[in-house]
Design a protein around this ligand. Structure first.
Ligand code: FES
Length: 575
């Protein structure tokens, strides 16, 4: 019989008689056709995040088969189980609203079943952080794998990438540069294969950062979804999961402050999605660490952007894969990394870098001496408009707007934005600052990717491509522009953003890391006395009530306050 804490004896259902609980459990599992010999093997869970509404996870059934093969080759018993799955375009009001629900689901399914280790299969943006948050809290041996990026599409000889080119072509359609027939044609070509968005959006960012953090097999982040190697990676992941069950190597032993700092370093060097800041704040929070935005900005100032991928560069994930994947980036970053950090292989990051394939020739990852963007690709801003910080991805913004003072044009909510942004009567000029309120964690709710406020149609038709835009929302990693995001505290809890009015002057000074509302304190105090918080439909019950009552601000990763343990350390640590 197996060790009493392992296999079928783990987490017995509470009938008050453990031997009876085991007897009953084995009786029912035998209805699945298993033999006693199979049931005495290490039991390896596999999260099934497939859904007919999640194209990014279209290959999950095949991946599960490959993981199972690996588990069985290594002497384990694979068992798949469902979790919630989330696709960016199929989650109302936004996938971020449901990320914590998926994290709770993953945690409790991992904890509540007899699993000796678990393979986490994620891919689409919120799934990877949700699974890592759940695994961090459950803390049984766990290994992550991703579905992998899509291959690119092609339109009139030009490569197309989801979803940077979704936005680019939509902006061209809004500006009447292309007609309805062409935008419909493009629509069929933007996501040509299974897999995740193949630009440096949130999915690619989270995959690369999770690999850098050590939670994935080396090389696993960049392998395209539809390649045979992706299946071999799945088989190897299953095999490693069995070894992890025996070694009892848990996520808390991997996701250390060093490992999280490595992930943040990679986030900066890849010019990654700003969403990853929120997700890593949440993952770190599950481990008792608070993300230090000042420290993150300091890391940014010493980390150049090296990866030449859309939306800031030219290439796509398939090219990064050909260029050696994450290892090529890590090799370049080596002096800035914690090389002794332990990875899921049981070896250190520097050992993995030393053994990784070196591409003969590549132009996707630049040397540190010749970066795509100097330091500070993602900058953190402070000021009277963002006392707890805001961020801007200046690597993907118009340089001339990085120091800018303009007149505020305010939208009170997402609905107000939708109703008025294209109104020909809207009083707006190209050097104004567009301000969106009530789009933060509690405001929207769910902090949607609404920070990419569209250029008002009448300005777009005049050729305006970028403006300073400010909100407490997030932005897709596939988007670009002079866009200030994650303003904290958000307007819905009475942050200063709530007090901005049309015609106020706002100063953005990215080199000085400042974001200021140029209104005197007495006037702001008077406005505050008149302010009332927004009301939400359905806030009196269910998940929405739980969300609105317990979601934390962006700087705490928007996790629910009762899910994160007490903070014991701030990361990145001071040098
Ligand atoms: Fe799933 Fe982009 S929509 S990764």
């Amino acid at each position: 019989m197996a060790d009493e804490k392992r296999g079928m004896r783990r987490n017995l259902t509470a009938y008050g008689d453990e031997e009876f609980s085991l007897f009953l459990r084995r009786a029912f599992i035998k209805a699945m056709g298993y033999t006693d010999e199979a049931l005495d093997r290490p039991i390896i869970g596999i999260t099934n995040t497939f859904s007919d509404l999640n194209a990014c996870h279209r290959t999950v059934p095949q991946l599960i088969e490959a993981v199972k093969r690996g588990v069985m080759l290594a002497g384990g018993l694979p068992v798949e189980f469902p979790t919630i799955t989330l696709h960016e375009s199929f989650a109302y009001p936004t996938s971020m609203y449901l990320r914590n629900l998926m994290a709770i689901d993953a945690e409790e399914m991992i904890r509540g079943q007899p699993l000796d280790s678990v393979v986490l299969i994620g891919g689409c943006d919120k799934t990877v952080p949700a699974l890592l948050m759940g695994a961090a809290s459950a803390d049984i041996p766990a290994i992550l794998m991703v579905t992998g990026p899509m291959l690119t599409g092609n339109h009139k000889g030009e490569r197309l990438g989801a979803c940077t080119d979704c936005r680019r072509f939509w902006a061209r359609f809004r500006a009447k540069e292309i007609d309805e027939a062409e935008i419909n044609e493009v629509n069929s070509k933007l996501a040509p294969t299974a897999g995740t968005c193949m630009v440096m959006g949130t999915a690619s960012t989270m995959a690369l950062c999770a690999e850098a953090m050590g939670m994935m097999l080396p090389g696993g982040a960049a392998i395209p979804a539809v390649m045979a190697e992706r299946m071999r990676n799945a088989e190897a992941t299953g095999k490693r999961a069995v070894e992890l069950a025996k070694e009892r190597l848990t996520p808390k032993q991997i996701m250390t402050p060093d490992a999280i700092e490595n992930a943040l370093r990679v986030l900066l060097a890849i010019g990654g999605s700003t969403n990853a800041i929120v997700h890593f704040a949440a993952i770190a929070g599950r481990l008792g660490f608070a993300l230090d935005l000042e420290g993150f900005d300091r890391m940014g100032q010493e980390t150049p952007v090296l990866v030449d991928l859309k939306p800031t560069g030219q290439h796509y994930m398939e090219h990064l894969y050909e260029a050696g994947g994450l290892a090529t980036i890590l090799r370049e970053l080596k002096p800035l990394l914690h090389g002794k950090a332990l990875t899921i292989t049981g070896r250190t990051l520097e050992e993995e870098i030393a053994d990784a394939r070196v591409p003969e020739k590549q132009d996707v990852v630049r040397p540190r001496s010749n970066p795509i963007f100097g330091n500070g690709g993602i900058a953190v801003l402070w000021g009277n408009l963002a006392p707890d910080g805001a961020i801007i991805k200046q690597a993907a913004a118009t340089p001339a707007l990085m120091t800018h003072t303009g007149r505020a044009v305010v939208f009170e909510s997402l609905e107000d934005l939708a109703n008025r942004i294209d109104d020909p009567a809207l009083d707006v000029n190209a050097d104004d600052v567009l301000v969106l309120k009530n789009a933060g964690p509690k405001g929207a709710p769910g902090m949607p990717e609404a920070g990419y406020i569209p250029i008002p149609r009448k300005l777009g038709e005049q050729g305006v491509k970028d403006m300073v835009r400010i909100s407490d929302a997030r932005m897709s990693g596939t988007a670009f522009g002079a866009i200030v995001l994650h303003v904290a505290p958000e307007s819905a809890v009475g942050g200063p953003l709530a007090l901005v009015r049309n015609g106020d002057r706002i100063r953005l000074d990215v080199p000085q890391r400042r974001l200021e509302l140029l209104v005197d304190d007495a006037e702001l105090a008077a406005r505050r006395r008149q302010w009332t918080p927004p009301q939400h439909d359905g806030e009196e019950r269910g998940y929405r009530k739980l969300f609105l009552e317990t979601v934390q601000q962006a700087d705490r990763g928007c996790d629910f306050e009762f899910l994160a343990p007490k903070v014991t350390m701030r990361v990145p640590r001071k040098p």
